[in-house]
Design a protein around this ligand. Structure first.
Ligand code: ADP
Length: 377
């Protein structure tokens, strides 16, 4: 082992011991940059043996994506005899990747002639991972901040619109000369705006309860078919206004449709899905129903509306997520409905998903366990 560094070592036992036990990788090369010595830590980091690392052998351990630029950089440093400092990866034979920070310095003898290079490699894998996690967390925080700002903009619009309608048309109603038809039409607007306002405020209260962990499941027995008819009825006039055909289908005979679950939550989930189906469909069809599958009730709300892009099919179940951006809005909405629905479905012991063909419609499905009675009765 005719290394420059090792040549000096026999006289300096302390230097040898220090090099052999150092917690960083150490290497030395000749003046052409060919490796003459590596310490045990270098071998551990690269996964190469001492002999394999000699000459240009060390390059075998460098990650193939990093090798071209690292090799070129190293040859350039050697050509101009300068120090170098680079971060790169080793790809070990077991497939593991180790990030290292490599530093090297040219060595000169007493007459000023170049004798070679010595350098270190330090394991920075953990640091790199932390940096990656930190960047991901930062991006997530920024995304969440952006979504919250867009939510606040949307929500103020969503609240002001019906509120303005209510106050404005209430003022018109006080006109004693108002015709009967106008009075009826204004009253209808006030009622619809109040419903809209109630819907949005209920969503805000619900999401606050879910986020704070205060939402509880409150199960009771009720007739599922009657409930499906009631919910469909609530959306009948809005569906008509949008020229939509709204239909419902029940799977169990009425007398067998008594189930035991949280009725309020089920009504809310179906209402959120129907509300979206009506909102995003014009001159189309909307179908609501359920069937029994593997001991679960599987509900569906299908529409022939605008549909959902493939890349957003999971995203839309996240709070504040909407397909439309806040500066390009045709449909309105708070971005809360589906995240509430998902949280409720999961609290009831089921799951929710969507199938959609953009431009042709969306079909939302969710399951809940089929329980006929309160357990133990
Ligand atoms: P909101 O409807 O108030 O915006 P939601 O959480 O209910 O909030 O829905 C999130 C987004 O998912 C909607 O803004 C819309 O982009 C998309 N979406 C939901 N339901 C449908 C549907 N039936 N058809 C098309 N897009 C839908």
């Amino acid at each position: 082992m005719g290394s420059y560094l090792l040549d000096k070592m026999p006289e300096n036992k302390a230097l040898r011991a220090f090099t052999e036990s150092a917690p960083v990788g150490i290497f030395s090369t000749d003046c052409n940059g060919k490796t003459l010595y590596v310490n045990p830590c270098w071998c551990k980091l690269s996964g190469l043996s001492f002999d394999d690392a000699m000459g240009d052998g060390w390059m075998k351990a460098v990650h193939p994506d990093d090798l071209p630029w690292l090799k070129a950089g190293w040859e350039e440093s050697v050509a101009v005899r300068q120090t170098s400092s680079t971060e790169y990866r080793f790809l070990r034979s077991d497939g593991s990747v180790v990030w290292v920070m490599g530093n090297s310095t040219p060595q000169f003898n007493a007459s000023g002639d170049l004798t070679g290079y010595i350098g270190t490699i330090t394991d920075i894998t953990e640091k790199k991972k932390m940096l990656k996690d930190l960047l991901a967390a930062k991006e997530k925080a920024e995304e969440s901040d952006r979504l919250k700002t867009s939510f606040l903009n949307n929500i103020s619009h969503e609240i002001r619109t019906p509120l303005n309608a209510i106050t404005g048309f209430c003022a018109f109603l006080s006109d004693p000369d108002l015709s009967h038809e106008k009075r009826e039409s204004f009253t209808k607007i006030i009622i619809e705006s109040s419903d809209q306002l109630l819907f949005i405020i209920t969503d805000i209260i619900n999401i606050a309860a879910i986020e704070s962990g205060h939402e509880k499941v409150c199960e009771k027995e009720f007739n599922l078919n009657a409930m499906i008819k009631m919910v469909t009825g609530r959306f009948a006039s809005r569906a008509r206004e949008q020229y939509n055909l709204l239909r419902h289908q029940t799977f169990l005979p009425d007398e067998e449709a008594e189930i035991f679950t949280d009725r309020t939550k089920l009504v809310q989930i179906l209402s959120n899905l129907l509300n979206n189906a009506v909102k995003f469909t014009h001159k189309g069809k909307i179908d609501l129903g359920y069937c029994l599958k593997d001991g679960n009730l599987e509900f569906y709300v299908k529409d022939t509306g605008i549909g959902i892009p493939d890349n957003l099919k999971n995203e839309i179940f996240h709070i504040f997520r909407q397909v439309e951006s806040s500066d390009n809005r045709n449909f309105g909405g708070s971005g809360l409905g589906l995240s509430i629905s998902k949280a409720y479905v999961e609290m009831l012991g089921g799951r929710i998903w969507v199938d959609s063909e953009p431009g042709r419609g969306a079909a939302f499905y969710f399951t809940i366990p089929y329980k006929k009675h309160e357990p133990g009765t």
